[in-house]
Write a protein that binds this ligand. Structure first.
Ligand code: AKG
Ligand code: FE2
Length: 428
C-alpha cells in the first residue's frame, strides 16, 4: 500500500501500477503537440570532456594527519587499489537513514572532509559549460556554484543501481560528476527521465586519452533525474561528485558584520556629478572633463599593437568608487567615458585614434603625423602621476614575477554647455 509519507521512489512505483487517469489525458491539437515535442526533446543532462590546465591533478586523501597522494591523471593500478581499500563502503539514503546494501550499491567512497584535490572548478570553465548546457534562454544567466561532495571508486564488480540524488537544500538543482581517466570497462552512467533513456560511457569516451595530454569526463544531471552506474567489469572507475546550487538564496548576510564601507555612495557620486553638470557657471562653453581614477589597474607590460581591447575590457573591471564614477558619467551623459592611460600617448594616437591632452607646445611640435587630435582637459579629480615602465608595485607585489603592471587610468568625457550637456556630447 502506498504510504504518502514515504520517499518518491515508492510513490513512483505506486503510480506505475495505476491505470491511466482520464482526467489527465493530453489534449490533441497539432500546435500543442509541437510544443509538447519540443519540451520533451530537451535532455536532462549534459556531458563532455575536459582537458585540465595542468599536467597533473593531485588527490590528497586520508583520515589522519598522514595524507596520501595520487595523480588522478596518471594513477597506477596499485595506487588505485590502495585508494579502494582505504575508502569506506558506500551507503545510500533510505527514509532519512544511511543504509549499506551491497545488492543496491557496491562502491568505495570518501566524504569530502577526507580528501582534497587541486582542481579549480571555478577557473576550469566547467560551470559555465554546465550552465549553458542545462539552462536555456534568460535562465542561462543563472548564477550557480559547485560544492565538492564526495569521491567514489568502483573496482571490478562494483555498481550503483538506479536512484535519484538527495537534494541538500531547495537551492540544489543538479549533480556534477567528474570521471577520471583511470583504465576501466563497464561502469556506464545510465540516465532515465520522462520515459527516455540515455547512457554515458566515460570509459569509451576517454579511451583515446593519452598520458601526455589527458582528459577527464564530466556529466551533470538535474537532481530529480534517475541514474545508475552499471557494473564495472575491469579496472577502477574513479569519480568525484559536486552538488550544484543556485547561487542566490543561500547567501546568508545575517552572519556578516560590515565595518567598512558603511554604505555604498554610488548614488551620491551620481547626484554630485549631476549638480555639477547642471551648474551654469561650470564650463559654460562645454569641454573635456578628466577624472584621475582612485585605483591603479594592472595592464599588460606590453600592449599588443593589434589588440585595441586592453582599455575597453577595463571598463568592466573598475574598482569600487571608480566604477561608480564611470557609471554616473555613462548615465548622465548617455555615453561611455574614454579610459586613457597617459604615457603611451603615441601608441594611443596612432593605433587607437587617441587624443593628446593638455600637451605642452613642445610635445605638439614633436608629435609626428597622425597624432593630430589634441584636447584641453579640465581635471575634476587628479591624475597624480604618470605611468612608468617600472613601478614600486613590481618590486613589492606578492608574486615575484609580473606580466602586468599597475597603471594609472583616467576617465575623459566631453560635455556640452549647460542645458545641452548630453546633446552635444560625442563619444570620445
Ligand atoms: O559515480 C558516478 O558516476 C555517480 C555516482 C552517483 O550517482 C552517486 O554517488 O549518487
Ligand atoms: Fe547519484
Amino acid at each position: 500500500m502506498f504510504d504518502p509519507a514515504s520517499d518518491s521512489e515508492d510513490y513512483d512505483a505506486h503510480e506505475r501500477q495505476l491505470g491511466p487517469n482520464p482526467s489527465l489525458s493530453l489534449m490533441s491539437h497539432s500546435r500543442a503537440e509541437d510544443l509538447r515535442r519540443t519540451l520533451d526533446e530537451t535532455m536532462p543532462y549534459c556531458c563532455g570532456t575536459l582537458r585540465p590546465a595542468s599536467s597533473s591533478l593531485t588527490l590528497y586523501y586520508g583520515k589522519t594527519e598522514q595524507a596520501r597522494r595520487i595523480d588522478l591523471l596518471h594513477a597506477s593500478t596499485h595506487a588505485l587499489s590502495d585508494l579502494e581499500r582505504y575508502c569506506d563502503p558506500a551507503t545510500f539514503g533510505v527514509s532519512q537513514q544511511n543504509v549499506l546494501d551491497l545488492a543496491y550499491r557496491k562502491a568505495g567512497k570518501l566524504d569530502r572532509d577526507h580528501f582534497a584535490f587541486d582542481f579549480d572548478i571555478e577557473r576550469s570553465g566547467l560551470l559555465e559549460v554546465v550552465r549553458m548546457g542545462m539552462f536555456t534562454g534568460k535562465s542561462q544567466k543563472q548564477r550557480i556554484r559547485a560544492e565538492l561532495y564526495k569521491l567514489n571508486i568502483y573496482g571490478k564488480g562494483c555498481f550503483f543501481k538506479s536512484h535519484k540524488d538527495t537534494p541538500r537544500s531547495t537551492a540544489m538543482f543538479a549533480s556534477l560528476v567528474l570521471i577520471f581517466p583511470t583504465a576501466h570497462s563497464g561502469g556506464e552512467l545510465l540516465i532515465a527521465h520522462g520515459g527516455r533513456k540515455w547512457s554515458f560511457d566515460a570509459a569509451s569516451v576517454l579511451s583515446d586519452t593519452n598520458t601526455s595530454d589527458p582528459r577527464l569526463a564530466y556529466v551533470a544531471f538535474f537532481s530529480d533525474v534517475e541514474h545508475e552506474v552499471t557494473r564495472v567489469t575491469s579496472g577502477h572507475r574513479l569519480s568525484i561528485t559536486y552538488n550544484l546550487y543556485y547561487a542566490y538564496d543561500d547567501i546568508c548576510m545575517d552572519r556578516l558584520e560590515v565595518i567598512q564601507p558603511r554604505g555604498a555612495n554610488a548614488s551620491e557620486v551620481h547626484d554630485l556629478l549631476n549638480s555639477l553638470l547642471d551648474d551654469h557657471s561650470f564650463l559654460p562653453n562645454g569641454g573635456v572633463l578628466g577624472f584621475g581614477l582612485r585605483h591603479l589597474y594592472p595592464l599588460p607590460t606590453h600592449f599588443d599593437a593589434h589588440d585595441d581591447k586592453t582599455l575597453n575590457i577595463l571598463k568592466d573591471k573598475l574598482k569600487g568608487i571608480d566604477a561608480a564614477l564611470f557609471q554616473a558619467c555613462t548615465e548622465l551623459l548617455d555615453t561611455s567615458p574614454t579610459l586613457y592611460t597617459p604615457p603611451v600617448w603615441e601608441k594611443l594616437c596612432r593605433q587607437w585614434n587617441g587624443v593628446l591632452i593638455n600637451a605642452p607646445p613642445k610635445v605638439l611640435e614633436t608629435a609626428g603625423p597622425g597624432c593630430i587630435r589634441h584636447w584641453t582637459v579640465h581635471w575634476v579629480t587628479p591624475l597624480s602621476d604618470v605611468n612608468r615602465v617600472k613601478t614600486r608595485f613590481a618590486a613589492y607585489g606578492n608574486e615575484p614575477m609580473m606580466g602586468y603592471l599597475y597603471q594609472r587610468i583616467c576617465l575623459l568625457i566631453q560635455v556640452g554647455s549647460p542645458g545641452r550637456r548630453k546633446g552635444s556630447v560625442s563619444q570620445l
